[in-house]
Each structure stands twice: as structure tokens, then as C-alpha cells.
Design a protein around this ligand. Structure first.
Ligand SMILES: Cc1cc2nc3c(=O)[nH]c(=O)nc-3n(C[C@H](O)[C@H](O)[C@H](O)COP(=O)(O)O)c2cc1C
Length: 247
């Protein structure tokens, strides 16, 4: 085994990176955001096409997006609570209906459902939220569209023409960005939830139409809130390995 300092540092960073779901109010200097993006641009991509664009919001713009996205979320909750009438009304007004470029609400395959459940329950348990406390779960879910109090929010867009591969490239870019942020003491949370409503984001930025909203990312300084201690762990390597066919 080659046990270099780089290998040890990277192994530690990969294990220590956590999704941060509560941030301090401290601003992130522009130079720091620039440095992280400058690192992330070295992410590999299909034929070096680098098929992504990033929109960044802080300060007033971030607050405006928060207000608008929360309104979308609240309207979607009203639809769910409004029964058939609520659904019909939503179809007429479009208010609260997802308008994202990718579907963020899907049926989980049975095989993956236990992991999803364990992660959700683990998060709520860390927060002291009981399973039957729907109101508290709802409040925590809503925090997604407050960017968990982060001073900066990023939106990652990808071109769709490369199919799964531009999405893959977007993911590699995202992880590069998260690790660079972590190396500088910053915290991040990738937020697929922020791709549910693209309208307010497209209105705020000059997004080229070919670029589709893939994922959001909350960025800032982690607070010492207990939620940031949540570690959902990982399956063992043996569980992901595909055995050779026998016979
Ligand atoms: C593509 C992607 C989308 C995610 N979307 C959300 C999200 O919308 N809200 C959230 O709280 N966490 C989100 N996460 C964070 C995952 O829940 C988290 O990475 C996973 O539970 C593992 O925890 P860890 O990041 O702390 O290791 C997302 C992560 C990824 C990679």
C-alpha cells in the first residue's frame, strides 16, 4: 500500500466531509468563492467539454431567491393539503407545481428505499424530531429552500445533449467544489431540492436556454448546530461489488 501524506489527507477529507445543514451568518469572501471555483474547474469531463455553468447568489439576491423559492414550496404544500380541489386550482394557476428541468420527485427502487429511510430518520433523530411529528419534519424540510441559512447558494446547470454524461460531469464538478470548500474550512450541502423550481432562478440569472438546472449547493461556514454532526455512514465496499458470473 502506498501510504503518502497526500493519500492520508485525501482519505481523511473524503471521510470527514459531511453535508452541512446549518450555517453561521458569517459572509464568505468573494476571493474564497473564486478560489473554490478555480479548483473545481479542473474536474474531468467527457472530452473536456466542461458542460456546466454556475449561478451564484449571496446577499440581497440570495434573500430574494429564498423568498421566492419558499413561496413555491409553501404553495406546493397547499396543493397537497388541498385535496382534489387544491390540485385542480394548481393546474389552473401553476403556482407551486414543479417547473424544474429534471424530475426531483421519483419512486425509489425498493432496493434503495431502506437507505433513504435510514438517512431521513437518522437526520430527524439527530434533531430530536419524533417520527410522528409531521410539523417539525415539515419545518426541517422547508429549511432546504432557506439554503439552511447559508450566506451563499450556487446553482449548477448542465447541457442536456450529452445525456447522462453531462450530468455525470456536473456531479464530478460538484464533488470537486465541495472538497475544495472543505479544505478551506467551509461547509456545503448539495441540494437536489433546489432543482424542483427553476423559474425564480432563471428569472434572476441569464441562463442560456440549453443549460438545465441540475442541483443547488449551499455554501458557508458550518455552525456548531447538532444537525451538522449527523453522519449517515456508508455501505461496505463488498456491498457494491458485482460478483463474477459462475459456471
Ligand atoms: C446530488 C445530491 C443531492 C442532494 N440533495 C439534498 C437535498 O436536497 N437536501 C439535503 O438536505 N441533502 C441533500 N443531499 C445530501 C445527501 O443527503 C448526503 O450527501 C447523504 O445523506 C450523505 O451524507 P453526507 O453528505 O453528510 O456524507 C444531496 C446530495 C447529493 C449528492
Amino acid at each position: 500500500m502506498v501510504d503518502t501524506e497526500d493519500a492520508r489527507t485525501l482519505a481523511r477529507m473524503l471521510r470527514e466531509r459531511r453535508s452541512i445543514r446549518d450555517f453561521s451568518a458569517r459572509e464568505v469572501p468573494q476571493e474564497l468563492i473564486a478560489a473554490i471555483l478555480d479548483d473545481a474547474r479542473w474536474a474531468p469531463s467527457w472530452s473536456n467539454t466542461q458542460p456546466y455553468r454556475i449561478a451564484i447568489a449571496s446577499g440581497e439576491l440570495k434573500d430574494k431567491l429564498k423568498t421566492e423559492l419558499l413561496a413555491c414550496f409553501d404553495a406546493s404544500v397547499q396543493i397537497q393539503r388541498g385535496g382534489l380541489f387544491g390540485k385542480l386550482q394548481a393546474l389552473l394557476t401553476r403556482k407551486g407545481l414543479p417547473d424544474g428541468d429534471f424530475d426531483t420527485r421519483f419512486e425509489y427502487p425498493a432496493e434503495l428505499t431502506p437507505r433513504r429511510r435510514a438517512t431521513g430518520f437518522g437526520l430527524y433523530a439527530t434533531l430530536g424530531i419524533a417520527r410522528e411529528d409531521a410539523a417539525a419534519r415539515h419545518r426541517q424540510m422547508r429549511r432546504n429552500w432557506e439554503f439552511f441559512g447559508a450566506p451563499v447558494v450556487l446553482f449548477v446547470f448542465v447541457r442536456q445533449e450529452l445525456g447522462a454524461y453531462s450530468i455525470l460531469d456536473g456531479g464530478i464538478f460538484l464533488q470537486s467544489l465541495m472538497l475544495s470548500a472543505q479544505a478551506r474550512g467551509l461547509g456545503t450541502c448539495a441540494e437536489g431540492a433546489l432543482a424542483t423550481w427553476a423559474g425564480p432562478v432563471r428569472e434572476a440569472f441569464e441562463v442560456p436556454p440549453a443549460y438545465k438546472l441540475l442541483c443547488g449547493l449551499a455554501l458557508g461556514w458550518p455552525s456548531d448546530h447538532v444537525v451538522n454532526t449527523f453522519n449517515p455512514g456508508r455501505a461496505e465496499v463488498a456491498e457494491m461489488l458485482i460478483p463474477v458470473k459462475r459456471g
